[in-house]
Design a protein around this ligand. Structure first.
Ligand code: CA
Ligand code: CA
Length: 177
């Protein structure tokens, strides 16, 4: 499995904006995204693919989730869709407080293999407001059927903001995640 981490260490290079370097591993070359607050409601069992959700700034707020968290995007309406000008679907949630028990993350996204395209890649980021996105885990193979995280039940920190991204690679079609 070809796992892409899409990240660069900023530990020994000054940030592009002139800010002092720090030791955090950053994505997007150090770009700081303003990710919406996920809110305080309970995470819905089916995640709505509410457009536009094409940038971290436009992430769909999902509230608070606990236990085993995973995307079930438009579970009852055929799934999400990428391509045809839609380059990404972003979602943001917060994990439950520690008192509620441990939270983990699972994810895969599959599409019609008859399309014969590498439709998408997936990635999970930790969000600390005011800092670049912190890559947690991702999958960016050239599969023409599914993308799935290389680890089952990825441990998540309690009471922490996370961003999940499905990014378009090629073709166009629905996906089930
Ligand atoms: Ca989108
Ligand atoms: Ca892919």
């Amino acid at each position: 499995m070809n796992v892409s981490v899409d990240a660069a260490s900023a530990a020994d290079a000054p940030a592009a904006d002139g800010a002092p370097p720090d030791a955090v591993t950053v994505a997007d070359g150090g770009t700081v995204h303003v990710v919406p607050d996920p809110g305080t409601g309970a995470m819905p069992s089916s995640w709505p693919d509410t457009e536009p959700n094409d940038t971290p700034e436009q992430a769909v707020p999902l509230g608070v989730g606990g236990g085993q968290i995973g995307p079930y995007i438009e579970e009852f309406t055929g799934g999400g869709h990428l391509g045809g000008g839609d380059e990404a679907d972003y979602f943001v949630f917060r994990t439950a407080p520690a008192a509620a028990g441990a939270s983990t993350f699972i994810a895969q996204a599959c599409w019609d293999g008859a399309l014969n395209v590498d439709l998408l890649d997936i990635a999970l980021y930790k969000v600390v407001d005011g800092q670049p996105l912190i890559p947690v885990i991702s999958a960016a193979t050239n599969s023409t059927a599914c993308e799935r995280l290389p680890m089952f039940n990825v441990p998540l920190e309690a009471d922490t903001k996370y961003l999940f991204a499905l990014t378009h690679v090629a073709g166009a079609g629905a996906y089930q995640a």
